[in-house]
Ligand binder design. Structure first.
Ligand code: HEC
Ligand code: HEC
Ligand code: HEC
Ligand code: HEC
Ligand code: HEC
Ligand code: HEC
Ligand code: HEC
Length: 231
C-alpha cells in the first residue's frame, strides 16, 4: 500500500467513527436542537405508525432526558383495546415504555417487542417485595389446558415461548386423553349420540374415551372420517 493510500484509509475510518460516536453521545445525553446530521445519526427508519414524526425527533427524545414515558403518554392517553385484555391491562398505570416499545427498526416492523424483564424491573422498584410475575393474572385466557394443569404456568413454561423444547405429545395410542383434555359441552348433550356417534360409528364409546374418535394433531381430525367442519 502506498503511503498516501494508507493515510486516506486512516482518515476515512476516523471520520466514520466520529460521525457515529459524536452524535450518538450527544443524543444519549439529549441535545437541545435537531442537528443537521440527525437523519444520519438516526439508528434506522421509524415504524410506519410513527413515520409522520420523521424529522421531529424531539417528539420522543426529550433533551437531556432521552425517552420518557410522559412523552409517549401525551399522544397515547387512551387505548381502550389494551385495557380490556388481561395481558395488556397493565398499560393503565405503567411508567415505562422503552424496552417493550422499540423504534428505528424500519417501517415494516411493529414497534412492539414484549419483554417480561421490564415488568420484573418495574415490580422490583415498587413498595412490595419483588415477587415472581403472576403469569396467570395476565395469561388465563391463553390457558390451553382448561385449568387441568393448575395456575403455576411458570412451573412448566418460560416467558419466551409457550413451546416447551423436548415436549413430545403422548402417543396416539394413549387411552388417557381425558386426563389432559376437556370435551366441548356439546359432547354432554344429545348432539353426542345423534351426531358424534353416528359420524364415527363408535356407538359404544363413552365421552371420556376421546381416543376412540380423535387423533392427536387436531380435534377436528376424526378417526376414519378425516377433518370434520365444526359449527
Ligand atoms: C406525536 C404523537 C406521538 C408520540 C410522541 C408517540 N406516538 Fe405512538 N403513535 C402515534 C400515532 C398517531 C400512532 C398511529 C395510530 C395509532 O395506532 O394509534 C402511533 C402508534 C403507536 C403504536 C402502535 C404501532 C403499531 O402499529 O403496532 C405504539 C406501540 C406506539 N405508538 C407507542 C409509542 C411509544 C412507546 C412512544 C414513545 C416512545 C410513542 N408511541 C410516541 C402518535 C405518537
Ligand atoms: C412490559 C412491556 C410493555 C410496556 C412496559 C409497555 N408496553 Fe405498550 N404494549 C406492549 C405489548 C406486548 C403490546 C401489544 C399488545 C397486543 O398486540 O395485543 C403493547 C401495545 C401498546 C399500544 C397499542 C398498539 C396497537 O397496536 O394498538 C400502545 C399505544 C402502547 N402499547 C403504548 C405504550 C406506552 C405509551 C407505554 C409506556 C407508558 C407502554 N406501552 C409500555 C408491551 C408493553
Ligand atoms: C416515535 C418515537 C421516536 C422518534 C420520533 C424518534 N425516536 Fe429515536 N428512539 C426511540 C426509542 C423508543 C429509542 C430507544 C431504542 C429502542 O428501544 O429502540 C430510540 C433510540 C434512538 C437512538 C439510540 C440512542 C438512545 O437514545 O437509545 C438514537 C441515536 C435516536 N433514537 C435518534 C433519533 C433521531 C435522530 C430521530 C429523528 C430523526 C429519532 N430518534 C426519532 C423513539 C423515537
Ligand atoms: C402483566 C402481564 C403479564 C405477566 C404477569 C406475564 N405476562 Fe407473559 N405476556 C404478556 C404480554 C402482554 C405478552 C405479549 C402479548 C400476548 O401474547 O398476549 C406476553 C407474552 C408471553 C408469551 C409469548 C411470547 C412469544 O413471543 O410468543 C409467553 C410464553 C409468556 N408471555 C409467558 C409468561 C409467563 C411464563 C409468565 C410468568 C412467569 C408471564 N408470561 C407473565 C403479559 C404478561
Ligand atoms: C404441567 C405443565 C404445564 C403447566 C403447569 C402449564 N402448561 Fe401450558 N403447556 C404444557 C405443555 C407440555 C405444552 C405443549 C408444549 C409444546 O407443544 O411444545 C403446553 C402448551 C401451552 C400453550 C400452547 C402452545 C402452542 O402454541 O401450541 C399455551 C398457550 C399454554 N401452554 C399456556 C399455559 C398457561 C397460560 C398456563 C398457566 C395457566 C400453563 N400453560 C400451564 C405444559 C404446562
Ligand atoms: C364418539 C366419538 C367421540 C368421542 C368419544 C369424543 N369425541 Fe370429540 N368430537 C367427535 C366428533 C365427531 C366431533 C366433530 C363434530 C362435533 O363438533 O361434534 C368432535 C369434536 C370435538 C371437539 C371440537 C373441535 C373443535 O375444533 O371445536 C373437541 C375439542 C373434542 N371433540 C374433544 C373431545 C375430547 C377431549 C374427548 C374426550 C374427553 C372427546 N372429544 C370425545 C367425536 C367424539
Ligand atoms: C399428559 C397429558 C396429555 C395426554 C394424556 C394427551 N394430551 Fe393431547 N395435548 C396435551 C398438551 C400439553 C397439548 C398441547 C397444548 C394444547 O394445544 O392443548 C396437547 C395437544 C393436543 C391436540 C392439539 C390441540 C390443538 O388445539 O391444537 C390434540 C388434538 C390432542 N392433544 C389430542 C389428544 C388425544 C386424542 C389424546 C389421547 C390419545 C391426548 N391428546 C392425550 C396433553 C396431553
Amino acid at each position: 500500500m502506498k503511503h498516501a493510500t494508507r493515510l486516506y484509509l486512516v482518515l476515512a475510518i476516523v471520520t466514520v467513527i466520529a460521525a457515529i460516536a459524536v452524535p450518538l453521545t450527544v443524543y444519549r445525553s439529549g441535545s437541545t436542537a435537531l442537528p443537521p446530521w440527525a437523519a444520519f445519526v438516526r439508528p434506522g427508519q421509524l415504524s410506519s405508525a410513527h413515520a409522520f414524526l420523521e424529522g421531529k425527533c424531539e417528539s420522543c427524545h426529550t433533551p437531556n432526558r432521552g425517552i420518557q414515558a410522559e412523552t409517549c403518554i401525551a399522544c397515547h392517553v387512551s387505548a381502550p383495546q389494551l385495557l380490556v385484555k388481561p395481558a395488556t391491562a397493565f398499560h393503565a398505570n405503567v411508567e415505562e415504555c422503552a424496552g417493550c416499545h422499540v423504534e428505528h427498526q424500519g417501517n415494516s416492523v411493529r414497534p412492539t417487542r414484549m419483554d417480561h424483564g421490564v415488568l420484573e424491573k418495574i415490580a422490583a422498584r415498587g413498595k412490595d417485595h419483588p415477587t415472581a410475575l403472576d403469569c396467570q393474572s395476565c395469561h388465563t385466557p391463553r390457558d390451553k389446558h382448561q385449568g387441568y394443569f393448575g395456575k403455576e404456568c411458570a412451573s412448566c413454561h418460560l416467558a419466551t415461548s409457550w413451546k416447551i423444547s423436548g415436549f413430545l405429545h403422548p402417543s396416539p395410542r394413549s387411552t388417557e386423553c381425558s386426563q389432559c383434555h376437556k370435551p366441548p359441552p356439546s359432547h354432554y348433550m344429545m348432539h353426542f349420540d345423534m351426531m358424534d356417534k353416528m359420524i364415527t360409528g363408535e356407538k359404544e364409546a363413552r365421552v371420556e374415551q376421546c381416543f376412540s374418535c380423535h387423533q392427536t394433531d387436531s380435534f377436528s381430525n376424526i378417526k376414519g372420517v378425516g377433518m370434520v367442519k365444526v359449527h
